[in-house]
Design a protein. Structure first.
Length: 194
């Protein structure tokens, strides 16, 4: 799966009743507080993005990522394969909650591209699967993330002129703001090369 922006861990207490989520060095005692922390952090990071006065290109962009349910199903299959048993209902629920936070952490890239105003219009799609492909058209590019197996995800960018290519960006920043800026710069490069 994608490298997370900040530490994202869930610890199930020995009693099996309490779940604590740790995000960005802070602990949260509920899913709601955890998701709110992710939303707040993403909102702060997005506020650092300066919009262009006009779109950089007149093409459209389709941005697609797997849903939290799709990631959870992939991880459930991997769990069964490696552990030889089904995960408990609580383990599945915790993983789904974590994946909801992770998907928000991935979707913030879309929000940054949209805020930056690189394309004439942008469309977000949550896929029901962790694999798939999106074809480009003369007026629409696609940027999508696939994960055929746990811990083996990849971004792809497809344009009508250049076809499907691996989409790379500088992941060396330790901040969300730095990662967003690097992602935007890479998207801008892809957009203007046509």
């Amino acid at each position: 799966m994608i490298k997370k922006f900040a530490i994202l861990i869930s610890v199930v207490a020995l009693s099996g009743c309490a779940t604590t989520y740790t995000y960005d060095g802070q602990q949260y005692d509920s899913k709601e507080k955890f998701i709110q922390a992710v939303d707040t952090r993403n909102s702060i990071a997005l506020s650092t993005i300066s919009p262009l006065p006009t779109p950089l290109v007149q093409r459209k962009l389709v941005f697609a990522i797997p849903s939290a349910v799709a990631f959870t199903e992939l991880e459930k299959k991997d769990f069964v394969k490696t552990q030889g048993r089904e995960p408990s209902a609580q383990q599945i629920e915790v993983q789904l909650n974590l994946n909801q936070g992770n998907v928000k952490g991935i979707k913030v890239f879309f929000d940054a591209i949209q805020r930056r105003n690189i394309f004439a219009s942008t469309r977000f799609i949550e896929m029901d699967s962790t694999t798939g492909s999106f074809a480009a058209s003369p007026d629409t590019d696609t940027l999508f993330y696939v994960a055929p197996a746990v811990n083996s995800g990849q971004w792809f960018y497809t344009s009508h002129k250049h076809g499907k290519q691996i989409f790379s960006y500088d992941r060396s920043s330790i901040t969300i703001e730095g990662k967003l800026q690097a992602f935007i710069e890479a998207a801008q490069v892809q957009a203007v090369r046509d």
